[in-house]
Design a protein around this ligand. Structure first.
Ligand code: CBF
Length: 839
């Protein structure tokens, strides 16, 4: 249609539209103006937090200029767009990232310096936006950065949790304590409240099937009654790197539909008056702090529906503005389901198409199955979402009807292909029998999507051969693919390791704006592994990063760290399958070995500092015990005069994106030691390697592809392989061998813990018993080869020249793991969207 824009005098608009501030005087002016007017502060009492806020508001203005232009050009061109639905976006800090992506860090540093501030101090004042648990949420953040950097029309949709992932405190006994993360308390300059963009979302109520003129029920229904709440949009700008493209992350906040209940209030029932408004606000109050574990809580299901319903309503409204018939929806819209959390989008779109658009079932299903794409992020059975049917019927009665109908038609087609195979029907049904019956969300996501993918090659194979095997046989293997995860080199190299980034640019003689978006260019560093002068620079940067980490630990925890030691790091969520326990038992083994050495023998040992960081789900008892063990082992060995110069251990509390940015560039070796076949991909492995840290790991997840890239001689692999795992578990259950016999070294370590070497002997028994009995994660099978791999690491580190060569080669071969590569695979092979250059 004819554009209504602009109103009034076009020239008056155009002449007065602002551009991005690029030079120091303009930036200085904008900073001061925000201090004066937005913050209402006086220059003489402006503290560094105030300076951060003024800088953020000024940068936000710049982002908005590009963000508006991007939105305008997308609207005018109406390209096919992709939407990334994720319950988690683990964004970390924004200011530094925005400055680097806009190429404005230098002028902002100069402008703020002139006004009496140091840009690094300003950056430190920002709180992390921690709306995620771990890998899945951080992946979503990396994909947003890459989408914008690759100029792809991709928006994210998530929830604006009032409280992000909990703050982790460690008690004097070593217990994890959780405190809320009120990240919005200081106001968030990075979001735009869009009170005008709001949708009603219904829960509970009744769903009545519509009858035709003969009185027969139809596919349609009317859903009425129940509770209605409002979803209000908050927009977060996502700048691309060295491009105008600035995409949007839309986060929903829940609000009561109508203030509060005036009747109750007038009748003196003050609590009753605010009850419904409290219950509406509760929906987006807190991020569930679980990772790779089951849920089953009503509020979580409410979050999932609230978010998918609001996002779909918004997507549909945008599509309708183009003026195309609804049948063309999948030509303009691709929706990526980040794990099963947004699976309710499938029955929700069916509901809209059947009940509101009045399409026949087949036409609606055709649209749905061409719109959605599902990424699986785990094959751990306990993490596969299932929702009790009675809960679904109560909360979402219309969606439960639709799921039953989808299941009926689906099982009819399975029966047609495999007549009489009742077992298969039972295995593939969307409804799992039992008390109560449960809806299998991964199956619903699979059959409602056009394509399904895993996140690393091994994982994608496991998806096809285990959890979705029947579906591969039924639907054909071409529906099932792999997109190996990636990480953004902007944050995970340029931002967190500026010196290394500068060395790469000067060595390659290529501007970072180029190689940061074409990471395969790092391969050109390979010959420099043979150049002694380059190696020296490379090693000196690692050393300074170690000192930066040591300084951070000193200032935050008051601990002094030996920066001449090897830095050995394991940072990730605490989970039995990730085997932090194997690591700490390995540390104890090293400690006991050192204690038994003579003074002369000890002199030959290279010192090692071991770092752990990570949060445990608040209800995950065994994971919390592991933290307690680590903290108490640290207490003993860091105080042991015989060994403390050779081995020390730190558990850094409250792991976050920002802490990772300090830890990763400082690591010599990092550990990714999950039981084979359990870690879908892992992404921190890629971050460490990109920063020249070597990898000690099992043959699992993306470790395998990293080794393929860098060559096995540059990684330290150990442990049993995936095909052996099932047999070993069978043996543990039916032919158990006592640990003393099977792995005396491990038995000795366990006995020392049981004997109270680290205090609280009996406290650790439940943790130790997971290994002594059943040993589901195969620590006793892998311990010896783990210790041997650690010894190989020690040996390799003695030859520092060779070590630095390995470090350079590792980093040089990380091109594949840029999230730009991954997002382009989604764009081309899945979503079928094209880059839109914003002029
Ligand atoms: O794919 C991203 C990451 O997702 C997880 O964190 C998850 O939540 N399922 C996996 O555990 C990781 O392996 C994976 O890298």
């Amino acid at each position: 249609g004819k554009e209504k824009w602009p109103r009034g005098d076009e020239k008056a608009w155009k002449d007065n539209m602002r551009d991005v501030d690029k030079d120091v005087p303009a930036i200085t002016k904008s900073f001061v103006s925000h201090v004066q007017t937005s913050l209402a502060r006086q220059p003489y009492n402006l503290d560094t937090l105030g300076a951060y806020q003024a800088a953020a508001l000024s940068v936000r203005d710049n982002l908005l200029v590009n963000w508006n232009e991007t939105a305008l050009q997308y609207t005018r061109r109406a390209p096919k767009r992709a939407y990334y639905l994720s319950l988690e976006f683990l964004m970390g800090r924004t200011l530094d990232n925005a400055l680097l992506n806009l190429d404005l860090k230098q002028p902002y540093a100069q402008a703020t310096q002139k006004l009496g501030f140091n840009i690094e101090d300003i950056l430190e004042k920002e709180r992390d936006a921690a709306l995620g648990n771990g890998g899945l949420g951080r992946l979503a953040a990396c994909y947003l950065d890459s989408s914008a950097s690759q100029e792809l029309p991709v928006w994210g949709y998530g929830l604006r949790y009032k409280y992000g992932i909990f703050q982790q405190l460690i008690s004097p006994e070593g217990n994890q304590l959780e405190a809320p993360d009120p990240w919005l308390d200081n106001q968030n300059p990075w979001e735009l409240p869009r009170l005008d963009v709001a949708y009603e979302v219904r829960f509970y109520g009744n769903a009545e099937r519509v009858r035709d003129e003969n009185g027969n029920t139809t596919d349609r229904a009317q859903w009425t009654g129940g509770q209605e709440v409002l979803a209000v949009a908050y927009d977060v700008m996502i700048p691309g790197s060295y491009t105008r493209t600035t995409n949007n992350l839309r986060l929903w906040e829940s609000k009561p539909k109508r203030g509060f209940d005036l009747n109750s209030f007038n009748a003196g029932n003050y609590e009753g008056a605010v009850e419904s408004s409290n219950s509406a606000a509760a929906i987006t109050s807190v991020l569930y702090p679980n990772d790779s574990t089951g849920f089953g809580k009503e509020l979580r299901l409410k979050q999932q529906y609230f978010w998918t319903a609001a996002s779909l309503a918004d997507i549909l409204r945008r599509f309708k503005n183009i003026g195309k018939p609804i049948q063309e929806f999948p030509d303009y819209v691709a929706v990526q389901l980040n794990d099963t959390h947004p699976t309710l989008a499938i029955p929700e779109l069916m509901r809209i198409l059947l009940d509101d658009e009045e399409l026949p079932w087949d036409a609606a299903w055709q649209i749905v199955t061409n719109t959605f794409f599902y990424t699986n992020h785990t094959v751990l059975p306990e993490a596969l979402e299932k929702w009790p049917v009675p809960l679904m019927e109560h909360l979402l009665p219309r969606h439960m009807q639709i799921i039953y109908d989808i299941n009926l038609f689906f099982l009819q087609s399975v029966e047609k292909k495999f007549p009489g195979d009742r077992d298969r029907l039972g295995r593939m049904s969307l409804i799992e029998e039992g008390f109560p019956k449960q809806v299998r969300m991964a199956f619903l996501a699979c059959i409602g999507s056009r394509k399904v993918n895993g996140v690393a090659e091994l994982h994608s194979e496991l998806v096809k051969t285990t959890i979705l095997k029947d579906f591969v046989e039924f639907e054909g293997v071409s529906k099932f693919g792999n997109v190996t995860n990636g990480i953004t080199p902007r944050r995970w190299l340029d931002q967190c390791n500026p010196e290394l980034s500068a060395l790469i640019s000067s060595t390659l003689k290529v501007d970072k704006s180029v190689w940061l978006k074409d990471l395969y260019q790092l391969e050109k560093l390979l010959p420099y592994a043979e150049d002694a002068a380059f190696r020296e620079k490379w090693a000196a940067i690692k050393q300074r990063n170690k000192e930066r980490l040591a300084h951070h630990v000193e200032t935050t925890l008051g601990l002094t760290i030996n920066t001449h030691a090897m830095f050995d790091v394991q940072i990730k969520r605490l989970h039995e399958y990730k085997r932090q326990t194997l690591n700490i038992l390995g540390v104890i083994h090293r400690y006991l070995t050192l204690k038994n050495m003579s003074k002369e023998e000890r002199e030959k040992v290279n010192p090692r500092v071991v770092f752990f960081a990570g949060k445990a789900a608040p209800a995950y008892y065994i994971a919390k015990l592991t933290i307690r063990l680590i903290v108490n082992v640290a207490r003993i060995i860091n105080a042991d005069a015989d060994t403390k110069d050779l081995l020390s251990l730190y558990f850094l509390p409250d792991y976050s994106v920002s802490l990772a940015e300090v830890l990763i560039p400082a690591s010599d070796i990092s550990q990714h030691i999950s039981t084979a076949g359990t870690e879908a991909s892992g992404t921190s492995n890629m971050k460490f390697c990109l920063n020249g840290g070597l990898l000690l790991g099992t043959v699992d997840g993306a470790n395998i592809e990293i080794a393929e890239e860098v060559g096995e001689s540059n990684v330290f692999f150990f442990g049993h392989l995936t095909p052996a795992v099932e047999d070993l578990r069978y043996q543990h259950t039916y032919h158990p061998v006592p640990i003393e016999e099977k792995c005396p070294a491990l038995a000795h370590v366990l006995n020392q813990v049981s004997a109270g070497l680290f205090g609280d002997a009996e406290v650790y028994e439940p943790l130790l018993n997971t290994i002594r009995q059943g040993d589901h994660y195969l620590l006793s099978d892998d311990f010896d080869s783990y210790i041997a791999a650690l010894a190989m690491v020690d040996e390799a580190y003695l030859d520092r020249t060779e070590w630095v060569k390995k470090s350079i080669r590792t980093s040089a071969k990380m091109g594949k793991f840029s999230s730009d590569r991954a997002i382009n695979e989604y764009a081309e092979s899945y979503w079928n969207i094209e880059a839109q250059h914003i002029s």
